[in-house]
Design a protein around this ligand. Structure first.
Ligand code: SF4
Length: 417
C-alpha cells in the first residue's frame, strides 16, 4: 500500500506528525512522542516516511568507517548502573594498557587500513591529569594521518578536574596535541532525574552540554548518542532528541546520531535489581520507531543516522537501514563495552561483511572517513583487504577476556598499590 493511503487510515495525530516531517516542518515533543508510540500500520508508515526522507537527503549510499576501538583500561572510579565493563582498581579482573601498547594497537590498525582509532575507557584513580593528552601526542607522533576520535565528555571533565583547568582549556590542549573529534557518548538520557537513577554521580545534563558545545566552538566535531530502553519514557526521549536538535542548530558540530540500545544481561543495575521499573532494553518495535523518528526530526540537520551492528546485530542493523539509517558504523576490531554487557555480535565486522549487509538490501556501500568524507564507493567492484582475510580476530587483535588475564597489563594496579 502506498504511504499516502496508509496515512489516510491510521491515527490522524500520528499521520499529521509524519506529514509535517515530510513537508520539512519542525516536530514538537508531542509529535515525537506519538511517533515513538507507533505500532502496526503506523510503524509501517513511520518507517516508509523515514526511508523516503533518507533517500531524499543522503541517497542510496550506506557508509562505514574502518576503525579500531581501544578501551585502554577498565579501571573506573564510577559505578554506572548500566556498565558491566568497569572494574574497581582492587578487582582481579582489571587491565591498564600502557601508552606504548595503545600506540602499537593504533599502528597495527593503520597497517590493516584503519583511518580512525576510537579511544574511550574507564576513569582510573590517581591517573596523570594529562594522560589523555599524552595518548594523543604519542599516537600522532607515530601516525600523524590517523584520525583520533577519543574521550567521552566524562573523560574530558575527569582530565580537566584532575589538571585543575577549565573544560575549554583541557579541550584546547587535547586539540593542539592532535585530537580530531570526540564521541558524544555519556549522554544516556539527557534528563537529570533519569541520570540519577542509572548513573548517580556521573556528569549532569548541563555539564554534558557544556563539554559538547565547547568542543564544537573549538572546532572539534562530535557524534551524538542516546542510550534507551531502561527507565525512560517517550517524553524523556523526545526531550533528549529536541535538545540535540537545538545544539545542532547552534553549533552544527554533530557529525551523526547513534542510538544505542541498553544491553541489560550483565548490567549491574539489572543483575542486582537496583533500579525499580528497569526494562531489559528496548523492544524491536521501540528500536525501529526511535531510529525512524530521529530521521523525521533531524532530516538534513543531522543527516547521518547510524545503525549499530554491535548493539543490534547484523540483521536488525539491516532493517534499520530501511528505517531511515544511512551508516553502519565501524569495523571496530576490538569491542569490550557491549561485549561485557552481554552483546553477542563479536568484535570485528570485516569491510567485506559490511558491504554484503548493505548490498543485500540493494544499497551502495562506501567507505568513509570519521567526518563522512567518502573514501571509496563500491558500485560493483570488490576489494579483499588484509582485514577481510583475518579468520580469527581474537588471535590477531586479542580480546577483552585475554586482556583481563594478561600479566603485562596489570602494572598500573601494582604500581599504585
Ligand atoms: S560508563 Fe564509563 S564512567 Fe560509567 S562506570 Fe562505565 S567506564 Fe566508568
Amino acid at each position: 500500500m502506498a504511504l499516502e493511503n496508509i496515512l489516510k487510515i491510521i491515527d490522524p495525530v500520528k499521520a499529521s506528525a509524519i506529514e509535517k516531517a515530510l513537508d520539512g516542518r519542525d516536530l514538537t515533543e508531542k509529535d515525537i512522542v506519538e511517533l515513538l508510540r507507533s505500532g502496526g500500520l503506523e510503524l509501517t508508515a513511520l518507517t516508509m516516511a523515514a526511508d523516503l526522507l533518507r533517500k531524499r537527503i543522503v541517497g542510496d549510499i550506506v557508509t562505514y568507517v574502518v576503525n579500531r576501538n581501544i578501551n585502554f583500561t577498565n579501571i573506573c572510579v564510577m559505578g554506572c548502573g548500566f556498565c558491566a565493563f568497569s572494574k574497581d582498581f582492587r578487582s582481579e579482573e582489571v587491565y591498564f594498557l600502557p601508552i606504548s601498547e595503545i600506540v602499537r594497537r593504533a599502528e597495527e590498525a593503520w597497517r590493516y587500513g584503519a583511518t580512525e582509532v576510537c579511544i574511550q575507557a574507564g576513569l582510573p584513580p590517581r591517573i596523570d591529569p594529562y594522560h589523555y593528552v599524552h595518548i594523543v601526542e604519542a599516537i600522532k607522533r607515530k601516525i600523524p594521518q590517523i584520525h583520533i576520535h577519543a574521550f567521552s565528555p566524562v573523560e574530558v571533565v575527569y582530565g580537566a578536574n584532575l589538571a585543575g583547568v577549565s573544560v575549554e582549556e583541557y579541550l584546547k590542549t587535547l586539540k593542539e596535541a592532535g585530537l580530531d573529534s570526540l564521541p558524544g557518548t555519556a549522554a544516556e538520557i539527557l534528563d537529570d532525574e533519569i541520570r540519577a537513577k542509572i548513573s548517580p554521580g556521573r556528569i549532569s545534563v548541563e555539564t554534558w552540554v557544556n563539554v559538547i558545545t565547547t568542543a564544537h566552538k573549538l572546532g572539534i566535531p562530535t557524534t551524538s548518542t542516546i542510550m534507551y530502553g531502561h527507565v525512560e519514557n517517550e517524553h524523556h526521549i523526545a526531550k533528549h532528541l529536541l535538545l540535540l536538535q537545538r545544539i545542532q542548530r547552534e553549533t552544527n558540530g554533530f557529525t551523526e546520531f547513534i542510538p544505542l540500545s541498553f544491553i541489560h544481561r550483565e548490567a549491574p543495575m539489572w543483575k542486582y535489581n537496583l533500579v525499580p521499573g528497569l526494562r531489559p532494553g528496548p523492544t524491536w518495535r521501540e528500536v525501529i520507531a526511535l531510529h525512524a523518528a530521529a530521521r523525521l526530526l533531524f532530516r538534513e540537520e543531522i543527516p547521518n543516522i547510524q545503525a549499530s551492528w554491535v548493539k543490534e546485530g547484523a540483521k536488525m542493523a539491516q532493517q534499520l537501514l530501511e528505517a531511515g539509517c544511512n551508516d553502519l558504523g565501524g569495523t571496530l576490531m576490538n569491542e569490550s563495552i557491549s561485549t561485557t554487557a552481554g552483546a553477542t555480535s563479536g568484535q570485528l565486522m570485516r569491510p567485506r561483511e559490511l558491504r554484503n549487509i548493505i548490498r543485500s538490501i540493494r544499497r551502495i556501500p562506501a567507505q568513509r572517513t570519521t567526518l563522512y568524507k567518502i573514501i571509496k564507493t563500491y558500485y560493483n567492484e570488490e576489494d579483499e583487504t588484509e582485514l577481510d582475510k583475518i579468520e580469527n580476530p581474537e588471535e590477531q587483535f586479542g580480546s577483552y577476556w585475554q586482556l583481563v588475564k594478561d600479566p603485562r597489563f596489570k602494572r598500573y594496579v601494582r604500581q599504585k598499590n
